[in-house]
Write a protein that binds this ligand. Structure first.
Ligand SMILES: O=C(O)CCC(=O)C(=O)O
Ligand SMILES: [Fe+2]
Length: 224
């Protein structure tokens, strides 16, 4: 434990937490994590730089960038209309392959993995102060899986119910390399990140501090 009464004893489960919610600790090996950190810095030089999205008049504490579609609260668009108006960078093929592999390995449902065609990557960077409030990922038009990858410092992740922001919820640690998949009856579960644990990233990732989270989603939207 990092210190007495902290939450480092939270479960690092493995497998299904409940129907449709899958946690595979250490799914990405170190080389894959380093690769993603390098891509992350390249994306940062792209057309729409990392930004704090304003939600209900308040800037989020995470910095986000998108590939494929630009996310702003309650909608996806091809241009960053709430920022610089630039065309969003394209989705990358290796992320689509990785997403399919994630769905296959988490759910064991190869048909579901084959059909999965994520067309957006929402990339969030958490500094050690950042958090994300309870929300559903509900801007997508279809209930394809959401694949979540974590890299860097570990986070306390709260997985709630599908009805509202309140209890019941369960908490777990998402550490560097972990895969989390929301699917089936958990696809629209509320969730949040309540804490980033500074200094918990493995050495040599090239990130410095903080945490990257990438969610791959299939919007169900037409390109044009
Ligand atoms: O950082 C995480 O683990 C979750 C991120 C998230 O919920 C989101 O981007 O919608
Ligand atoms: Fe989310």
């Amino acid at each position: 434990m990092e210190s007495l009464f902290d939450d480092s004893a939270l479960p690092r489960t493995g497998g299904a937490l409940r129907p449709g919610a899958w946690h595979l600790p250490g799914w990405l090996d170190t080389a894959a994590q380093q690769w993603i950190v390098r891509r992350f810095f390249e994306w940062g030089d792209g057309p729409v730089p990392p930004h704090r999205t304003t939600v209900n008049g308040h800037p989020m504490s995470v910095q986000s960038l998108c590939l494929g579609w630009h996310w702003s609260p309650h909608r996806y668009s091809k241009t960053a209309d709430d920022l610089d108006g630039q065309l969003v960078a394209p989705m990358e093929q290796w992320l689509i392959r990785l997403g399919k592999q994630a769905v296959a390995e988490a759910t064991g449902d190869l048909r579901r993995a084959q059909d999965y065609q994520p067309d957006v990557a929402l990339v969030n960077y958490y500094d050690v102060q950042a958090t994300m409030g309870m929300h559903q990922d509900a801007e997508e038009r279809i209930n394809a899986p959401v694949v979540s990858l974590s890299i860097g410092d570990s986070a306390t992740f709260r997985l709630g119910n599908t009805e509202n922001r309140n209890r019941p919820w369960q908490e777990l640690r998402l550490a560097s390399g972990d895969l989390f998949v929301f699917d089936g009856p958990s696809r629209f579960a509320y969730h949040s990140v309540t804490k980033i644990h500074a200094g918990t990233a493995p050495a040599g990732l090239g990130l410095g501090g903080g945490r990257i989270n990438i969610t791959l989603r299939q919007t169900g939207l037409e390109e044009n």
